[in-house]
Design a protein around this ligand. Structure first.
Ligand code: SAT
Ligand code: MN
Length: 635
């Protein structure tokens, strides 16, 4: 057996090369807290080798070459340094039903649902059951494989808003992806050597060698045993059985949302499922907004949009996660803790998101998309391939447009460096973050919910976030198109009791010191004509018209300027949304209609949801906002 630490972490006073797994007792090359963590993981998972990831280009090239040799990725010769991975068809999305938070008491994790109801706001596992589940999974799970040790930073290395983690994993695909999605390698290890805290992330595919059964698509995973567990009290993540997306790139949803939301509550800031964009007016005035939408609702498209109106400019800070903290002047400042985009491929095209298309043209790992015979990628929503070019679907089988199956999996993704985005914001890596003027909530609502409205105040805005609902998408394992409650777009990502989360948001209003709270809005690009079933609003670049209204509301002097009071909040005054040059016939009246019967049903549904799901943990202010909405709907 070869027992070598393959990577070398060189630091003054450290000797790192050639340390065997058996002699890990000393691991002289690693900072001591990291060494303790790695030693524990090695003892439990029993890998054949340990490789400390340094993050150099040569190392990444070596990891990709190894993946290619094992048939896990394929080079895409049409582009520069692009790769295609095909997963086991049983490992294609986040598995919410196998995602748990482990705390002493159930109520630390979720509000206790009413008798007979199951919590939709997270899954609690007792410490005892977790220990049992861990015992059934991790011992010996990396036998015969290399354990990679990935030091990573969420946020620019050294920024006061950043946090660090160390992930051990037996998946080289995860190493390649973490190298894109996070700042990874030696500079982070150097910070850790100064004694900085870190989140302990342990990940295994759960397929030790020799294999007991053949792999599917050369993709090791263990779907029957998937468990993604979080221990917020001790800042640990243990993920088993899946090699895909948010299940395995532990810096993303597991750390930057679930664990970070809990850290943020303890430390007085916010970790949210939000894109961040900067918008500049033709006069050169710039504002930043953060926007929360459920997974696969077009966050990446909005974050990189090309405004339809002349003279306006949008720049992208992040497309998925925002960490926000008040500065000494009381302004909310946000960073994007990620370093790349893990975006949904289908539907991305030159028409819907030309900036994403430019971003993914090099250095990108694609997963579960279709492949063209000239060595490129293809998915639903792209132009048909050129004459003479044939296609393979995401299973690697020959596929022809018009076939009854899909060419790309609906949750197929590109994993691409954020720095390659042609409209990346000049401030995207700023240490102090960008100042946020507006927070936008939204979802896919085919009925009843207007294109845009503004909350009356912070407290009402918190209620609007709590009341969010959206049609389900392919980002997780849900089937069908049910309208699901997805408060703050955080339903799958809360790291602690949602009632406490609401109280934390409400407390921003009464925090000590100066505070300039952002304004809160709700948008819905997805309303449909009830007769034809077609979308009422063209979306994409035209959404900038709504951003323009929001922009003006943030700078307004008079409360009723460009807006009128309605039962749901401030609506744009007739004519105050710029529709000049808007292509086609858009029925603005239908987009802003507030059907009384719909809102009566919506408030009833919300009351039932709050009482069944949040119960005694619902802050009284949120209940009072629902009463007030009900009253406005009735009158
Ligand atoms: O969690 S993933 O990163 O796999 C996808 C998502 O939900 O946005
Ligand atoms: Mn997301």
């Amino acid at each position: 057996m070869s027992c070598l630490i393959l990577g070398v972490f060189k630091r003054r006073g450290c000797v790192g090369a050639g340390v065997g797994v058996r002699s890990l007792a000393s691991v002289p090359s690693l900072p001591s807290a990291v060494a303790d963590f790695v030693k524990g993981a090695v003892a439990e998972c029993q890998p054949a080798r340990v490789h400390v990831v340094t993050g150099t280009a040569e190392e990444t090239a070596g990891v990709l070459a190894g993946l290619e040799k094992d048939g896990m990725v394929k080079r895409l010769p049409k582009y520069h340094n692009c790769w295609l991975a095909r997963t086991d068809p049983k490992d294609v999305a986040r598995v919410e039903s196998k995602t748990v938070i482990v705390t002493k008491h159930q109520r630390d994790t979720v509000p206790i649902p009413s008798p007979g109801a199951k919590s939709q706001l997270g899954s609690w596992l007792s410490e005892e059951d977790f220990q049992k589940a861990r015992q059934e999974r991790f011992p010996g799970c990396m036998a015969g494989r290399t354990m990679y040790v990935i030091p990573f930073s969420m946020g620019p290395v050294g920024s006061s808003l950043s946090k660090m983690g160390v992930q051990v994993t037996d998946s080289p695909y995860v190493v390649a992806s973490m190298g894109i999605m996070t700042r990874m390698g030696t500079p982070v290890m150097e910070k850790l050597a100064e004694g900085a805290e870190f989140v302990r992330c342990q990940h295994s595919l759960g397929r030790p060698l020799p294999l007991k059964a053949p792999l599917v698509s050369s993709w090791p995973c263990n779907p029957e045993k998937v468990l993604i567990s979080h221990l917020p009290d001790s800042r640990q993540i243990l993920s088993f059985g899946s090699g895909y997306g948010g299940n395995s790139l532990l810096g993303k949803k597991c750390f930057a949302l679930r664990i970070a939301s809990r850290i943020a509550k303890d430390e007085g800031w916010l970790a949210e499922h939000m894109l961040i964009l900067g918008i500049t007016s033709p006069q050169g005035e710039k504002r930043y907004v953060a926007a929360a939408f459920p997974s696969a609702c077009g966050k990446t498209n909005l974050a990189m949009m090309k405004p339809a109106m002349q003279g306006w400019k949008v720049e992208c800070v992040g497309d998925d996660i925002a960490w926000m903290k008040f500065d000494s002047q009381g302004k909310l400042r946000a960073i994007n803790p990620e370093n790349g985009f893990f975006g949904v491929a289908p539907g991305t095209s030159m028409k819907t998101n030309p900036h994403a298309m430019a971003t993914i043209a090099k250095n990108t790992v694609f997963t579960n998309v279709g492949e063209t015979s000239d060595g490129g990628v293809w998915w639903e929503g792209l132009e048909p391939p050129a004459e003479g070019v044939s296609l393979m679907d995401w299973h690697g089988k020959s596929w022809t447009p018009g076939d009854s199956t899909l060419c790309a999996h609906p949750n197929s993704r590109f994993c691409t460096p954020a720095a390659q985005c042609p409209i990346i914001d000049p401030q995207w890596e700023s240490d102090e973050g960008v100042p946020i003027d507006a927070i936008i909530f939204g979802g896919r609502r085919p009925e009843g919910v207007p294109l845009v409205y503004e909350a009356f105040n912070w407290r009402h805005g918190v209620f609007v976030g709590a009341a969010m609902r959206s049609e389900s998408t392919a980002a997780a394992e849900h089937k069908g198109k049910a309208i699901m409650h997805d408060p703050f777009a955080m339903r799958p990502f809360f790291g602690y009791n949602f009632g406490d989360y609401l109280a934390h948001w409400l407390s921003m209003e009464t925090r000590p010191g100066p505070t300039q709270l952002p304004k809160i809005f709700h948008v819905n690009w997805f309303r449909k004509d009830p007769v034809s079933g077609s979308f009422l609003w063209p979306g994409f670049g035209e959404n900038a018209r709504v951003l323009e209204w929001i922009f003006r509301r943030c700078g307004r002097e008079r409360e009723d300027e460009a807006a009128r009071r309605s039962m749901v909040g401030w609506l744009p005054q007739d004519g105050s949304i710029n529709v000049q040059g808007l292509a086609g016939d858009v029925d603005m009246a239908a987009l802003f209609d507030l059907p009384k019967a719909f809102w009566e049903k919506e408030t009833q549904e919300l009351r039932a949801y709050f009482s069944q799901q949040v119960g005694a943990d619902l802050p009284q202010q949120v209940g009072a906002e629902l009463d007030a909405l009900e009253k406005r709907v009735r009158n």
